[in-house]
Design a protein around this ligand. Sequence first.
Ligand SMILES: CC(C)c1onc(-c2c(Cl)cccc2Cl)c1COc1ccc2c(ccn2Cc2cccc(C(=O)O)c2)c1
Length: 232
Amino acid sequence: EKVEITKEQRALIKAILDAYNRHQIPQDVTKKLLQEQYSAEENFLLLTEVATSQVQVLVEFTKNIPGFLSLDREDQIALLKGSAVEAMFLRSAQVLSKKMPSGHIEVLEERIRKSGMSEEFMTPMFNFYKSIGELHMTQEEQAILTTITILTPDRPYVKSHEAVERLQETMLEVLRKLCVLQHPQEPQYFARLLGRLTELRTLHHYHAEMLTSWKTNDHKFTPLLCEIWDVQ
Ligand SMILES: CC(C)c1onc(-c2c(Cl)cccc2Cl)c1COc1ccc2c(ccn2Cc2cccc(C(=O)O)c2)c1
């Protein structure tokens, strides 16, 4: 059928894309990624700094999702806590698969590989990065997919399930149209993107186990990460 993006949907895409592009990790953090020496401890510290900075970026981004600030305050917190890991996996996959100037990508990948993470977590993580890279998502698709992840109604402690579901459905319809218009040769492209959301939940479970093992090995996190990941 003739797929058409309405004026309202175009405004929605623009608002989300502007917000998505406006928020970047501060230069000093990414510079450190390149300069600091390599050791498991140093890599872990750097990744903790990047994760903390990414959470701040994520909080700012969610404020610009149309309708998010009209949700119940406690639900806003529940959505942020429930989606932070998945949004950061999506973000790191998008960055590692292309956006960063070359050279940074290898460095970041190296630091993740040498930060004391267990192999059983590393493999699915880098398979995910590869599968995201193969999709060649446009900027709009990346920003809307991240928004859909954040607006997942069945996160723990979300009370107004329907309100969140309505927002997410609006975004899913926009993404569906974008996929049809931007990937006409791949009728299954939209379904493939949604399949990545399922993979994200698996990584989320792996991540929870990794957090536990880091805690038992007495790794330190920042106050913001402790709050958003209910650590300590
Ligand atoms: C606390 C820390 C050790 C940690 O625990 N789980 C994860 C962890 C890991 Cl190791 C992988 C994926 C998700 C998480 Cl939470 C992390 C590290 O979190 C990261 C690492 C890299 C990330 C991010 C998010 C993005 N990137 C890539 C990136 C780097 C620099 C600039 C930019 C940019 O956007 O400008 C992006 C988070």
